[in-house]
Design a protein around this ligand. Structure first.
Ligand code: C2E
Ligand code: CA
Ligand code: CA
Ligand code: CA
Length: 277
C-alpha cells in the first residue's frame, strides 16, 4: 500500500505486482535474447495427403530463457510486438528459416519449402520488402520456397493497405498463406480480394472432426471454397487418424499436426526427412 498524501491510498494486489514484475523481467531478458543466442527455430513437417511425403515445414520460434527454460511464443511474441523487439527478432527468424531451407536443397534433402509467421507489426514495417530481398539474396533461398503466414485478423484491419503490401511481397516470387483461417470475422468476399496462395484451416475446426458435425461441415465447405479460389489447403493441428481420414475425404491438400510429428529441432527434422526417403 502506497500513501499518496492526504487520505488517498492506492492498493496493489500481490498478484498484480507479481505479474507486472514478471512481465518486466521477461521484457528485459527478451532484449538480450538475440545477442545471447537463446532463440531456436523448430520445424513442424507439412505432409502432402496425395503422396504422404513431407513437402515443407512451418518454422516455430522457441526461446530458451537462461533461468526459466522454454517460454512459449504465445507468451513472448506479444511482448516483442509491443516493445518493437519483434522487428530484429522477426528478421532473425526469416534469415534462419531461409538459410535452413536453402541448405535442405543443397544437401539433397528435397525441395522443401519453409513457412514463416509474420506478426502484424512486421507486416506493416515500411521496409519489409527490402528486408526480404536482402534475406533472400544473402541466404540464396529461392523465393518460391518461402511462404509467409499471416493471420486473418491482422490483414482485415486495413484491408486496402494489406492488399497492396501483399502484392508487393508476392511480386518477389514468394507465397502467402492465410493462417488460423475461420477464427476471424472476414467474409468470403474478403478472401477473394486478397492474393493468397494457401489457406490454413485452424485447429479448432480440425479437432474432433469425426464427432462434431458442425466442424466437419465447416471444414468441408472451407476446403471446397478454397479450391474454387485456387488455393491450396493445409489443415493444422491434426492429432488423430479419424481426423486425417475425413480430411482425405474432403480433398484437403496437406496436413500438419502431432499425428505426423511435433515441431522438431533442425537436426531432428532433417533426420526425419532423411529416414522417409
Ligand atoms: P500458429 O502459427 O497457429 O502455430 C501453430 C501452433 O500449433 C504451434 O504452437 C504448434 O506447435 C501447435 N501445434 C502444431 N500441431 C499441433 C497439434 O496437433 N495439436 C496441438 N494442440 N497443437 C499443435 P507454438 O509453436 O507454441 O506457437 C504458437 C504461436 O506463436 C503460433 O501459432 C504463432 O502465432 C506464434 N509464433 C510462433 N513462432 C513465431 C514466429 O517466428 N513469429 C511470429 N510472429 N509468431 C510466431
Ligand atoms: Ca502459423
Ligand atoms: Ca495457425
Ligand atoms: Ca494459432
Amino acid at each position: 500500500v502506497k500513501q499518496q498524501g492526504g487520505n488517498h491510498y492506492t492498493f496493489y494486489t500481490p498478484t498484480c505486482d507479481h505479474e507486472l514484475s514478471e512481465r518486466i523481467d521477461l521484457e528485459v531478458a527478451l532484449r538480450y535474447a538475440l545477442e545471447r543466442e537463446e532463440f531456436q527455430l523448430y520445424y513442424q513437417p507439412q505432409v502432402s495427403l496425395k503422396t504422404g511425403n513431407i513437402v515443407g515445414a512451418e518454422a516455430l520460434l522457441r526461446w530458451k530463457h537462461p533461468q526459466q527454460g522454454m517460454i512459449s511464443p504465445m507468451k513472448f511474441i506479444p511482448i516483442a510486438e509491443e516493445t518493437g523487439l519483434i522487428e530484429p527478432i522477426g528478421e532473425w527468424v526469416l534469415y534462419q528459416a531461409c538459410k535452413d531451407s536453402k541448405a535442405w536443397r543443397s544437401q539433397g534433402l528435397g525441395c522443401l519449402r519453409v513457412a514463416v509467421n509474420l506478426s502484424g507489426r512486421q507486416f506493416r514495417t515500411a521496409n519489409l520488402r527490402q528486408k526480404l530481398v536482402q534475406v533472400l539474396l544473402t541466404t540464396g533461398c529461392e523465393p518460391d520456397y518461402l511462404e509467409l503466414e499471416l493471420t486473418e485478423s491482422l490483414l482485415i484491419r486495413d484491408a486496402e493497405l494489406s492488399i497492396q503490401q501483399l502484392q508487393a511481397l508476392k511480386a518477389l516470387g514468394l507465397k502467402i498463406a492465410i493462417d488460423d483461417f475461420g477464427t476471424g470475422y472476414s467474409s468470403l468476399n474478403y478472401l477473394q480480394k486478397f492474393p493468397f496462395d494457401v489457406l490454413k484451416i485452424d485447429q479448432c475446426f480440425v479437432r474432433n472432426l469425426h464427432n462434431n458435425k458442425i466442424n466437419a461441415a465447416i471444414t468441408q465447405s472451407l476446403i471446397s471454397m478454397a479450391h474454387l479460389l485456387n488455393l491450396k489447403v493445409i489443415a493444422e493441428g491434426v492429432e488423430t487418424q479419424e481426423e486425417l481420414d475425413l480430411l482425405n475425404e474432403f480433398n484437403c491438400n496437406e496436413i500438419q499436426g502431432y499425428l505426423f510429428s511435433r515441431p522438431l529441432n533442425l537436426e531432428e527434422f532433417q533426420a526425419l526427412v532423411k529416414s522417409g526417403r
